[in-house]
Ligand binder design. Structure first.
Ligand SMILES: [Zn+2]
Length: 249
């Protein structure tokens, strides 16, 4: 019981027997077609993931995110991608870098987590590196989404003239849960990845608590993981929890 809370609590706090909900859909910023005005409240938090299409998936299935485990020495999804013969499918299946940001959604005024691919991240980075704009937490940005445009023109990151945060907005920023963002970037263990894949493929053992043990052994690798990263310009409508478990509620 490492997280016991003493003293004043709020009725809205989850505590005691209620499992903390780590994957509430409302906490995610969904980019819609057109304008998406936001204020970045945090630095980017980088992670590496695959887009996995379940066995026998149709062409309309865009896949689900499954974290890459190469940091632990092996990754069955990297191996599977490598074995693919079709170049486009291979590119699609490879591990990709993505980024989480804590943001203020200007439409609702609420704190949200934004999950972006390289297209949006690099647009923000360009602003950060621009001498006149600089630190992208100092002004709002508009992510213009054109769903009918060519893939490389889906996302445009536009800066909006600098305005300081109000006191209320600053307090949302001060409360941004950086530990939460950090946890979400943690690579899955081989076992967590296997569990997630089994669930996606409908292979979850419903009554047994025992998970099928992962046959693969972790090979120690002293060198940096050999993940070949590709850029990903697609957004997914799927927000897996960081621990590979299903959302609790
Ligand atoms: Zn991988």
């Amino acid at each position: 019981m490492a997280n016991q809370v003493f003293g004043e609590v709020s009725y809205s706090d989850d505590s005691g027997k209620f499992k903390k909900n780590t994957n509430n859909k409302d906490q995610w910023m969904r980019l819609v077609d057109g304008e998406n005005e936001i204020r970045l409240l945090t630095a980017p938090y980088q992670y590496v993931t695959h887009k996995y299409k379940k066995v026998g998936a149709g062409t309309k299935d865009y896949g689900e995110k499954v974290g890459c485990t190469m940091i632990h020495g092996s990754c069955q999804l990297c191996d599977a991608a490598e074995a693919m013969e079709d170049d486009a499918a291979k590119r699609d299946a490879k591990a990709k870098q993505r980024w989480f940001y804590g943001i203020l959604d200007r439409k609702t005024g609420a704190y949200k987590i934004l999950d972006v691919s390289y297209a949006v991240y690099s647009g923000i980075r360009d602003l950060a590196r621009n001498a006149k704009w600089g630190d992208p937490t100092k002004y709002d940005i508009n992510i213009l989404v054109k769903k009918d445009a060519a893939p490389n023109e889906y996302y445009t990151v536009q800066p909006i003239p600098k305005e300081p945060l109000t006191a209320a907005e600053q307090s949302i920023k001060d409360k941004a849960d950086l530990e939460d963002l950090k946890r979400r970037c943690q690579p899955l263990t081989l076992e967590q990845q296997q569990k997630r894949l089994d669930r996606i493929n409908g292979l979850v053992d419903t009554d047994a608590k025992t998970t099928k043990s992962v046959a693969k052994t972790v090979t120690k690798s002293a060198a940096a993981p050999a993940v070949e990263l590709a850029t990903d310009d697609t957004e997914l409508e799927d927000f897996p929890p960081y621990d590979g478990e299903e959302a609790s509620a």
